[in-house]
Design a protein around this ligand. Structure first.
Ligand code: NI
Length: 171
């Protein structure tokens, strides 16, 4: 496995709608493995292919805590087939917007359809934090960042803080 380079805001690939995967083969599984390793190495709980510079509709998620066994979820060509009317506000962060967090409102639970690591079609109802992570990552596949889902004023403030964070963390 290999750790991949992370693409950060405002790289244009993060704005692009990603292309569907045609086949779940060994090459794709290698990419999924590398994405998972990259996500773990960066202490993230989700990663979408555009964030590693690949415009394909694939996502990895693992919301297990550090003291729990890893529980990776691989989503290929995922789509949301149902959204709850009930919404929930939670704090989100993103490896492509380092050091920042903001509150985002989303449906509290969603049902997704996707191909798994072996190319088998699955459906799953996701709730709680997994629903947040899933919707956040699926947004990446459509070129949407969580900062696109907050008010313009909050976004401007966050982007200023991002600029400051980057200056402080320059190598
Ligand atoms: Ni993200």
């Amino acid at each position: 496995m290999a750790k991949l380079k992370l693409y950060e805001y405002p790289h244009p690939i993060l704005k692009k709608k990603a292309e569907p995967v045609e086949k779940v083969d060994d090459e794709l599984r290698k990419l999924l493995d590398d994405m998972l390793e990259t996500m773990y190495a960066s202490n993230g709980c989700g990663l979408a292919a555009p964030q590693i510079g690949v415009s394909k509709r694939i996502v990895v998620i693992d919301i297990a805590r550090e003291d729990e066994e890893p529980n990776p979820l691989y989503l290929v060509n995922p789509e949301i087939i149902w959204r709850s009317e009930e919404t929930e506000i939670s704090e989100e962060g993103c490896l492509s917007v380092p050091g920042q967090r903001a509150e985002v409102e989303r449906p509290a639970s969603v049902k997704i359809r996707y191909l798994d690591y072996h190319g088998k079609q699955q459906e799953m109802l996701v709730e709680d934090f997994l629903a947040v992570a899933t919707q956040h990552e699926l947004d990446h596949l459509d070129g949407i960042l969580y900062i696109d889902r907050i008010s313009r004023l909050k976004r401007q403030m966050l982007l200023k803080k991002l600029e400051k964070f980057r200056k402080e963390h320059q190598e």
